[in-house]
Ligand binder design. Structure first.
Ligand code: AMP
Length: 209
């Protein structure tokens, strides 16, 4: 099964994608996570991407399309995958079509902008990729990662002014993908709930898993 998770930054698509991936035994592919890892390790691509992500802007299409092409060619993608954070523009979606990839479902998780700004201020992340929230999904001690014990940090692009600019980018550039996939008859919409497990129940019902 090949699934795309759409949704504004902070709508909870990463969390839901991980849960569905585990249940369906397929990998989650997050271009944001790949880019952050490249920035952390200081690769050429990471250094080029940093200025865009720090400002809450999108990394150019050719760069992310290259990342996704390379990642989808790996053997763990043979039985399907979840794309979390890709495509984010119509040209990126068209690139997937050109690659001959047939997506089964596109799931859009919808949350209001006000709720997102409030949520993002509480997000805490770990270098290992784990993500927490001070109110909705705290780590055991609130400061360290439950998985690896490292200290949790706040993503630079979760600062409120950056969140607002990321939401603007989402509405202008990514939201048109809903019509793109609706026209293909594969779009499903889920209203994001306050509790992670309530959204998960809706996501599972929408996907029939
Ligand atoms: P995310 O973790 O998905 O919110 O992604 C973090 C940042 O990485 C975004 O704000 C963008 O700067 C960049 N990024 C991730 N995926 C894409 C994409 N498909 N197209 C362009 N930029 C992306």
């Amino acid at each position: 099964m090949k699934i795309i998770f759409l949704g504004a930054p902070g709508a909870g698509k990463g969390t839901q994608a991980e849960l569905v991936a585990e249940r369906a035994s397929i990998p989650t592919i997050s271009t944001g996570a790949i880019i952050r890892e490249a920035i952390r390790t200081g690769t050429e691509m990471g250094m080029a991407a940093k200025a865009y992500t720090d400002a809450g802007n999108l990394v150019p299409d050719d760069v992310v399309i290259g990342i996704i092409q390379e990642r989808l060619a790996q053997s763990d993608c043979e039985n399907g995958y979840i794309l979390d954070g890709f495509p984010r523009t119509v040209p990126q979606a068209e690139a997937l079509d050109r690659m001959g990839i047939k997506i089964d479902v596109v799931l859009s998780i919808e949350v209001s902008d006000e709720a997102i700004v409030e949520r993002m201020s509480g997000r805490r992340v770990c270098e290992c990729g784990a993500s927490y929230h001070t109110a909705y999904k705290p780590s055991a001690d609130g400061k360290h990662c439950d998985k690896c014990g490292k200290e949790l940090t706040i993503r630079r692009d979760d600062a409120p002014e950056v969140v607002r600019s990321r939401l603007k980018v989402y509405h202008e550039t990514t939201e048109p993908l809903k019509s793109f996939y609706e026209a293909k008859g594969i779009l499903k919409i889920v209203e994001g709930q306050e509790k992670v497990e309530d959204t998960t129940a809706l996501v599972r019902a929408a996907l029939g898993i």
